[in-house]
Write a protein that binds this ligand. Structure first.
Ligand SMILES: [Zn+2]
Length: 232
């Protein structure tokens, strides 16, 4: 191997280490990117979450390991966390498709159900490069296979908003009011369709409520929601 070859091999090993760090994204224990204890900690059946106006299902309660995993995925650049998050979100999606009347009706009519990621703030997306929530939703939809729902990233922010995590409950609603809309070029896709909003976590539900309002304003026939985790 020449110098360039050796250099490339070293760089690729380093990059692999960045992609698959041998430290649990849930508890930080060395040796496994997602240890057996944390894996057991997020098992469960999807439950319906109270979000005003929008039926919402979450795959798991947002306990300690799942909260750490979601943060590692969104803010820590741990794309490998998706190995755990994708099947969880897919389970919540499957549940919505089977349990809620809107998606069942669409299936009976042979109409596609759209799965719409909740948009990430522009500044957060620029900082992280890829939009981690959109990537998670895309992979979860893909895991359900052909003939399943359709990944439809149709929402965007219409103005800058503050980081919701830094705001109290009341200010979260004001921060987001009217801040999300369907991209004009995608409006025809949404009209008359059943849409399932998808996010990594749901806390107060204010982001989901604003995203649902935007979809209904664009003529969506029915709006539901799913998340990986919800605050109990
Ligand atoms: Zn762990």
């Amino acid at each position: 191997m020449d110098d360039l070859g050796r250099h490339l091999a070293t760089t690729m090993r380093a990059a692999a280490g960045l992609v698959l760090p041998a430290r649990c994204a849930g508890c930080g224990t060395a040796g496994d990117p997602w240890c057996a204890t944390c894996r057991a900690g997020v098992l469960g059946v999807p439950t319906r979450v109270r979000v005003p106006g929008t039926p919402c299902w979450a795959a798991a309660p947002l306990g300690a390991p799942l909260r750490s995993l979601v943060t590692a995925h969104k803010d820590g650049g741990r794309a490998d966390s998706r190995r755990v998050l994708v099947p969880l979100l897919a389970t919540a999606l499957s549940t919505v498709l089977v349990r809620e009347s809107g998606p069942r009706r669409a299936a009976a009519l042979g109409e596609p159900v759209l799965v719409v990621p909740v948009p990430t703030r522009g500044s957060a997306r620029r900082r992280r490069g890829e939009d981690p929530v959109a990537a998670l939703v895309r992979d979860a939809v893909a895991s359900l296979g052909a003939g399943g729902p359709v990944f439809a990233p149709v929402l965007r922010h219409t103005r800058p908003v503050a980081d919701q995590a830094r705001l109290g409950r009341a200010r979260r609603w004001a921060n987001l009011a009217g801040a999300i809309a369907v991209s004009p070029s995608r409006a025809a896709l949404v009209r008359g369709r059943v849409c399932v909003l998808a996010d990594d976590v749901v806390t107060t539900g204010s982001t989901l409520a604003e995203a649902a309002r935007a979809l209904r304003a664009a003529g969506a026939a029915d709006v539901l929601a799913v998340a990986v985790g919800a605050t109990p």
